[in-house]
Design a protein around this ligand. Structure first.
Ligand SMILES: NC(=O)C1=CN([C@@H]2O[C@H](COP(=O)(O)OP(=O)(O)OC[C@H]3O[C@@H](n4cnc5c(N)ncnc54)[C@H](O)[C@@H]3O)[C@@H](O)[C@H]2O)C=CC1
Ligand SMILES: O=C(CO)COP(=O)(O)O
Length: 340
């Protein structure tokens, strides 16, 4: 049986550790904070993240990174996107070269505008890489509710290896060779979920939310395709699938953060209230930069950027979106010239 190391004991890392341990793998879960380690070891819970869900006794809980990764066949990065580089650096001298690195973070690196596969590859260039993404709130996976995700890798045999390791009766894993498309879908849907939250916070209704979701996947696809992603990937689990779950779920931190912004909270107050990672905030900045660089139109992302970073009033942003020049619906994703 493979040995699996999970780095990051937040909601997702813990839920995946439970899933893999239930399948009989030897799992080690690495956390940094002493009081969290003590709670997980003594009570076998991780209350702040997963409430009363029990952590199986077989899971090795450790704050020693060497112990966590040195014999691992698979190392799962379950921290926020901005922490992945730190984690990669911290395991570089211990992890086996053939160990498969699985990233589950859904974001982009601030400052470099890199995708997570690029960040990991810049530090752990010898290790095979797989991204695991899709509509999968940790709270529901921990309750063993049927969930589907996708494993993507440039080496499809590694994606299939991870598919075999993670699949069980309530967690169904598909594969996809389009790493870039899967990564961008997962990162950019957080911006749209944040936008849907704003709409909720403002008190607008279902029509408005459907508008943001539909036009949101359009602009995600437009940027993703311009960077080399497959259009079909954005119609899949890591694209529209994850967009639906994040935009409609009460579990979503991105959507909940948007609700607070829509109600008039400052960004600082919002982050304090959520106290977990809100990837969409950084993703907005990176996507805004990438769209500018590629000359791709992303009106919703642009308005969210203005709200977050230029103090634009949210109602003014809605007005700006509604008042844009008139357009045909399909021409902008598929480059169809409607007048032909
Ligand atoms: N929560 C969910 O339902 C899902 C989350 N994700 C993604 O997974 C990533 C992690 O999310 P969550 O677990 O929800 O976040 P979280 O906020 O619940 O937990 C992140 C954990 O990482 C720890 N951490 C931060 N830096 C670290 C480091 N350098 N070394 C070790 N631990 C470190 C933090 O202390 C915290 O316990 C995010 O990118 C998120 O978008 C993906 C799918 C589902
Ligand atoms: O990606 C997720 C579910 O698929 C989790 O979304 P949030 O980070 O918004 O909670």
């Amino acid at each position: 049986m493979e040995k699996i190391s999970i780095i990051g004991a937040g909601s997702w890392g813990t839920a995946l550790a439970i899933l893999l341990s239930d399948k009989g793998y030897e799992v080690s879960l690495y956390a940094r904070r002493k009081e969290q380690i003590d709670e997980m070891k003594n009570n076998r819970t991780n209350k702040n993240y997963l409430g009363d869900i029990k952590i199986p006794n077989d899971i090795i809980i450790t704050d020693e990174i060497k112990e966590a990764v040195e014999s691992a066949d698979v190392a799962v990065m379950a921290v926020s996107s901005q922490q992945v580089r730190n984690v990669a650096e911290s395991i570089k001298n211990y992890v086996k070269k053939e160990a498969v690195i699985v990233n589950v973070a859904k974001g982009l690196e601030k400052g470099t505008n890199l995708r997570i596969s690029q960040v990991v590859n810049s530090v752990l260039s010898d290790n095979p890489f797989v991204v695991l993404s899709g509509p999968s709130h940790a709270e529901e996976v921990a309750m063993k509710m049927p969930t589907t995700v996708v494993a993507a890798s440039n080496d499809i045999s590694k994606a299939e290896y991870i598919q075999d390791i993670f699949s069980n009766e309530y967690f169904r894993v598909y594969t996809n060779p389009d790493v870039l498309g899967v990564e961008l879908g997962g990162a950019l849907k957080n911006i749209i979920a944040f936008g849907v939250g704003i709409i909720d916070g403002l008190g607008y209704g279902d029509n408005t939310k459907a508008a943001i979701m539909t036009r949101g996947i359009t602009e995600i696809t437009r940027l993703g395709a311009s960077l080399g992603g497959q259009i079909s990937t954005f119609a899949g689990l890591s694209g529209i699938g994850d967009l639906i779950v994040t935009c409609t779920s009460s579990h979503s931190r991105n959507r909940r953060a948007g609700i607070l912004i829509g109600k008039g909270y400052s960004l600082e107050e919002t982050l304090k209230e959520i106290h977990m990672v809100v990837e969409g905030i950084t993703a907005t900045e990176v996507a805004y930069n990438l769209a500018k660089e590629k000359n791709v139109d992303m009106p919703i992302t642009k308005e969210i950027y203005r709200v977050l970073y230029e103090n634009k009033d949210v109602k003014e942003s809605v007005k700006s979106l509604m008042g844009r020049t008139k357009k045909h619906e399909t021409e902008d994703i598929f480059n169809i010239d409607i007048k032909q």
